[in-house]
Design a protein around this ligand. Structure first.
Ligand code: ADP
Ligand code: MG
Length: 241
């Protein structure tokens, strides 16, 4: 970790797609141990920011600093090796692999991992996620919410310091959403750092320690959830949907 307690920082991040400026000079720093909610209307640039902060996209302007080291432009596996994990807005599981196998794959990518040890960790992970009874099912046969839980499990197999979750609650049954929230809170208490993206304010307000709001590629608010929630610029951005 850097001396100021910042785990990862995007500084003046700009990313363009043709004529669209998806991120327009965004400053976004996450302190070790924080649980940050990142919200904003559809198309406001949340996923693009995650893609930049996890090394899946190289910014056109600005930089990413991870544990005090500039990493923008480096490949995503460098970020992963430094403890950065993310889930995708549409889950990226191996549908024709079993639930257990889906966890084995990222587990085996870690250095010095034996299949036996990885299987043990994968089973422990499934217990934690309440998916143990489904370990032999093909991932494609899970419900949407179970797939989101399994994707969280895939991240955990990398033993990350920070997890970026892109719309983990979208399309998830309320029962499983509560389950997912509980698991996130438990992992956070155990010391992991989170950035959770959603466009639904209510789920995010329940768990965030800090709330960041984007609109049209820019960060328009950043602070304690209760203050941000009533911010005039935020209300206007949501009303203008
Ligand atoms: P959000 O996640 O907040 O909904 P995105 O970051 O996905 O927003 O998108 C921000 C803007 O950038 C949108 O206008 C979107 O259409 C555009 N965009 C995102 N990714 C691409 C891409 N790969 N190619 C072209 N345009 C993109
Ligand atoms: Mg998105």
């Amino acid at each position: 970790m850097s001396e100021n307690g910042i785990l990862i920082e995007g500084s003046r991040v700009t990313k363009r797609f043709g004529g669209i400026t998806a991120n327009d000079g965004v400053d976004f720093a996450v302190a070790e141990g924080d649980l940050v909610g990142l919200i904003g209307p559809n198309g406001s640039g949340k996923t693009t920011l995650i893609n930049v902060l996890t090394g899946h996209l190289t910014p056109d302007g600005g930089k990413v600093i991870l544990r005090g080291r500039q990493v923008s432009g480096k490949p995503a596996h460098i970020y992963a090796a430094t403890g950065v994990a993310r889930t995708f807005q549409s889950t990226q599981l191996f549908g024709r692999m079993t639930v257990l196998e889906n966890l084995m794959v990222p587990g085996l990518t870690r250095p010095r991992s034996s299949a036996h040890e990885v299987a043990r960790r994968a089973r422990a992970c499934l217990e934690f996620l309440n998916l143990a009874h489904l370990e032999q099912l093909y991932a494609k046969n899970l419900s949407g919410g179970q797939q989101k839980l399994l994707e969280l499990g895939r991240c955990l197999m990398l033993d990350p310091a920070i997890l970026f979750l892109d719309e983990p609650f979208a399309g998830v049954h309320p029962h499983l959403r509560d389950e997912l929230i509980k698991r996130i809170e438990e992992l956070h208490r155990a010391g992991r750092t989170f950035v959770v993206v959603d466009h639904d304010m209510e789920s995010i307000l329940r768990i965030s320690r800090r709330l960041v709001v984007m609109a049209r590629g820019r960060k328009i608010a950043d602070g304690p959830p209760e203050a941000v929630r009533t911010d005039q610029a935020v209300l206007a951005a949501y009303a203008g949907l």
